[in-house]
Design a protein around this ligand. Structure first.
Ligand SMILES: Cc1ncc(COP(=O)(O)O)c(C=O)c1O
Ligand SMILES: N[C@@H](CCOP(=O)(O)O)C(=O)O
Length: 463
């Protein structure tokens, strides 16, 4: 399998080089040159497998340059860090299937990919006798999952930018209480979008990227998306076994468009997904795109689901590549227009194409809290606010034609304030969160400015 960029100036990369490159050197995002097509029979066989075996089979289709035994070992090790035998179990509540993606070390779906990517980086660096400085931006969950994926690993330093006071208190503590010498937390005076822009600008300076040996852990790294494809297959198998269904809906709480893009890849591989339901909070640029063809940026609004407080979704570029008929020229034009005007427009024909794969809706602050409250009253189960956005939109847009699977992207205890406001009680704190606030913390507050981050990297990077 070879990889190419959405901007058309990089192609023929193997999986290992694609993982190490992160953001494509032409400013685009990397994609496989072909997406493997699976038959119904292949899918039936795959979805009967245990999670690590399924992960091995799916990831192998895209990562042929890694010897099978090594890949299997990396995957098995990654999922041993989860506290549930099934890794991503599916539970049936109130007529919907909840795909629990929060059984990893930091209790959010990011662990599924970042445990794997941390181990993969370690493996590739050892093979190359090299070191790496990871630079990433987070709206709350990627940061801690990436830190837990690489803390204490040799030859890796990690630098994570998070928006100061715009992540939940637990999310902040999960990052800042990791005091391993290879971990650097930077709170920026700005939003997640500022952090993501800074990361992309720094990666765009190829001489600096090479000199600093920069690596990416955000979903700009193809390995992130790839590892997330697996749980769509897993969940489909579990739900099909329970219902004998032919198709399912997946409702996906969405911010940076990485998770739902993984679902889109699964659908292109042949997984029978009737529609992917894109669910946003009040930062609803992607919902406006799908429903009205209005992709125009607005101010970021703080919500009870802070990890989705994003305007410019990174992976949207990957989707545009397919929407534009795999034409990099059109992607380049669109990205220039977006940078210049803050908006993109779409034809009726393009929107009809979008509608064959996606439906979309959003939830206000009040609707999110009401959903947590109603779901808890009906089932005793506590949704986290991001998951609640997906449940609200999924229920609203579907009517039981085929089973609805809602991705539960984080444990509710990460967002205690929102849960308390919704149901008047605190979610039980898992042992890993207890006494976090009493631990030593390490974090620096800096301006949301590319120069300041570059300077910090120069002083603290592994050389
Ligand atoms: C808990 C949670 N739910 C949903 C999302 C949205 O996922 P994505 O950014 O892949 O669209 C995020 C952030 O990425 C998150 O942390
Ligand atoms: N919600 C994310 C935002 C970054 O997304 P990523 O999937 O590109 O890493 C977060 O929690 O940081």
């Amino acid at each position: 399998m070879q990889y190419m960029s959405t901007r058309g100036r990089i192609s023929g990369l193997d999986f290992k080089d694609a993982v190490m490159m992160g953001l494509a050197d032409d400013g685009g995002l990397l994609l496989p040159q072909q997406i493997p097509a699976l038959s119904r029979g292949d899918i039936a066989a795959l979805t009967r497998m245990a999670y690590p075996d399924l992960a091995f089979r799916i990831i192998s289709l895209f990562a042929g340059s890694i010897p099978a035994a090594d890949l299997k070992h990396l995957i098995d090790r990654s999922y041993q860090a989860f506290d549930h035998d099934e890794v991503t179990p599916v539970v049936h509540k109130d007529g919907i299937y909840v795909l629990e993606l929060f059984h990893g070390p930091t209790l959010a779906f990011k662990d599924v990919a970042l445990q794997f990517l941390g181990n993969m980086f370690e493996y590739l660096l050892k093979e190359r006798g090299a070191h790496m400085n990871i630079l990433g931006a987070t709206s709350g969950d990627t940061g801690s999952a990436a830190i837990y994926g690489v803390r204490g690993k040799q030859n890796i330093n990690i630098f994570i930018l998070h928006p100061h006071q715009r992540v939940s208190p637990i999310q902040e503590l999960q990052m800042t209480t990791v005091t391993d010498p290879n971990v650097f937390n930077l709170a920026i005076r700005g939003t997640f979008d500022d952090g993501q822009r800074i990361v992309k600008e720094i990666f765009g300076d190829l001489a600096f990227k090479s000199r600093m040996a920069l690596g990416a852990i955000n979903s700009i790294n193809w390995a992130r998306v790839l590892a997330q494809v697996v749980y769509y297959f897993y969940a489909f198998g579990r739900v099909q076994r329970a219902t004998s269904c032919e198709e399912v809906y997946f409702s996906v709480p969405t911010g940076n468009f990485g998770d739902i893009f993984a679902g889109y890849i699964a659908k292109r591989m042949g997984l029978p997904i009737r529609r992917l339901i894109l669910a946003t909070n009040e930062n609803d640029i992607l919902t406006r795109f799908i429903n009205q063809g209005d992709y125009s940026t607005a101010q970021v609004v703080p919500t009870p689901s802070p990890s989705m407080d994003i305007q410019l979704a990174s992976n949207f570029e990957r989707y545009l590549f397919y929407l534009y008929g795999q034409n990099p020229g059109r992607v380049n034009d669109a990205m220039s227009r977006l940078a210049a005007t803050g908006r993109l427009e779409f034809t009726a024909e393009e929107l009809a194409c979008v509608g064959r794969d996606f439906m979309a809706g959003s939830a206000t602050r009040q609707e999110t809290l009401d959903t947590i409250r109603a779901f808890h009253a009906a089932t005793g189960y506590i949704l986290d606010p991001h998951t609640a956005v997906g449940v609200k939109v999924g229920k609203e847009l579907t009517g039981g034609e085929v089973p609805l699977v809602c991705l539960a992207t984080a444990h509710p205890a990460k967002f205690g304030d929102a849960v308390r406001e919704a149901i008047g009680q605190d979610p039980v704190l898992p042992p890993v969160f207890r006494d976090l606030d009493k631990k030593e913390k390490r974090c620096e507050l800096i301006d949301a400015d590319t120069g300041s981050v570059r300077e910090y990297l120069q002083k603290n990077a592994l050389a």
